[in-house]
Design a protein. Structure first.
Length: 401
């Protein structure tokens, strides 16, 4: 069977894979998007409870690729408050500190996926459904084989197929990491009082408890608990669960009403040993998986999208082979240090706050209060939360490729 030929084959039709496909297609790169399930199934499948904090920089990417205009609902994040359990000391980040723009937007993943699907259709992106069974790498091209016997030949294969990436495994790229022994309980609640666009990160010995503002007086919760306790919490009666929820949440937004079923997600850290190989690049969860503390996981993936898209488009403009090692080395140099650094930071924060040692607790409370009083340091952390630090790719600054 004659393989279908293209410049770039992107494996994985999730948020990262589809975003990258749109960015490349708009810049004239010939692409094929491959996913194991049909896009219609992804959009019609049961809501999984997840919502994402889109940083200011990631929002520029979504706007410059015209994806954002397709997203139906979003809530601006205006302020961020970080506190240690029930301590009266906290760290407050105000969006007005850097000119008044929001830190970013909270978006339910279902709305983001739908927006991506609509934009991809308008861009005429070809999507092929099928599971990958083999990967063949040659000097001048790479070929993926699908379970139905079809083959796709490309100058470059991009793995955006998640933490258990089939492509990464076929390419024999190893990973390092560990399980945190923590599970994230994800749900949505409605509350009496308006949240005023404020995101709260509260730390308990068992793990962080994030309250993230959504539209219509709702908030998305990411409740981190020790994994051995989660089955008991999930099986509590409605009344007992409500009591436990109210203890963690507090009463500052009035009466709470859970709106959706509850979901659980195991929490782990994972880092690929390298982001590129011969004719292959990794992006998103295929390259790195991090703790949800600070809500930067998806934004790290968007930074991969922006850097990889710019690397490929720049190479194509001057006639280079987009899958060559010379081109891919630029992407790895650009992204790997940032990925390793952010994974280390989030891992350290989780370890620092997920304990109840009195001396450590006093020190971190004082640390939060001290940072809150130092404006230059707060500005640094505000820029970090907005994703506007470092050598940014064009898409993250709102420029076109």
């Amino acid at each position: 069977m004659t393989p279908k030929k293209t410049q770039v084959a992107i494996i994985g039709g999730g948020i990262i894979g589809t975003s990258l496909a749109i960015a490349l297609s708009r810049s004239g790169i010939e692409i094929v998007l491959v996913d194991r399930v049909k896009p219609e199934f992804i959009l019609s499948s049961q809501y999984d409870g997840r919502a994402s904090a889109i940083s200011f920089a990631s929002l520029q990417l979504l706007k410059s690729t015209e994806i954002w205009g397709e997203v139906a609902q979003a809530q601006p994040i205006l302020d961020i408050r970080v506190s240690d359990s029930n301590s009266h000391l906290y760290l407050h980040y105000d969006h007005r500190l850097l000119g008044g723009e929001p830190f970013g937007m909270m978006v339910e993943n279902r709305h983001l996926r739908l927006g991506l699907s609509m934009r991809a259709k308008k861009e005429g992106i070809e999507t092929i459904t099928g599971s990958i069974t083999d990967l063949k790498i040659c000097d001048h091209s790479a070929t993926i084989c699908l379970e139905n016997g079809n083959q796709i030949e490309a100058s470059l294969i991009i793995a955006a197929d998640g933490s258990k990436s089939t492509i990464r495994q076929l390419a024999k790229i190893g990973t390092r990491g560990w399980n945190y022994g923590q599970t994230g309980i994800v749900m949505t609640v409605k509350h009496e009082k308006p949240h005023l666009g404020i995101a709260h990160e509260r730390f308990f010995p068992s793990g962080p408890f994030a309250i993230l503002p959504l539209t219509e007086n709702r908030s998305s919760l990411v409740w981190t608990e020790k994994s051995e306790l989660v089955p008991k919490i999930m099986n509590l009666s409605q009344q007992n669960f409500q009591e436990e929820l109210e203890y963690k949440f507090g009463s500052f937004l009035g009466k709470l009403t859970p709106l959706e079923p509850r979901w659980t997600y195991n929490l782990a850290l994972q880092q690929a040993n390298k982001y590129v190989s011969k004719r292959l690049a990794l992006a998103g969860d295929s390259a790195h998986v991090m703790h949800p503390i600070a809500g930067q996981g998806l934004n790290l993936g968007f930074r991969d999208v922006a850097a990889l898209a710019e690397t490929i488009v720049d190479a194509n403009r001057i006639g280079l082979d987009v899958g060559s090692q010379f081109v891919l080395k630029r992407y790895q140099t650009w992204r790997r240090f940032d990925g390793v650094t952010l994974l280390a930071i989030t891992d350290s924060l989780n370890r620092l706050f997920s304990n109840d040692i009195m001396s450590v607790r006093i020190a971190r409370d004082l640390g939060l209060a001290t940072v809150d009083k130092i404006t230059p340091l707060k500005k640094f952390f505000v820029n970090h939360a907005r994703g506007t630090l470092g050598n940014l790719p064009k898409l993250l600054t709102g420029q076109n490729l």
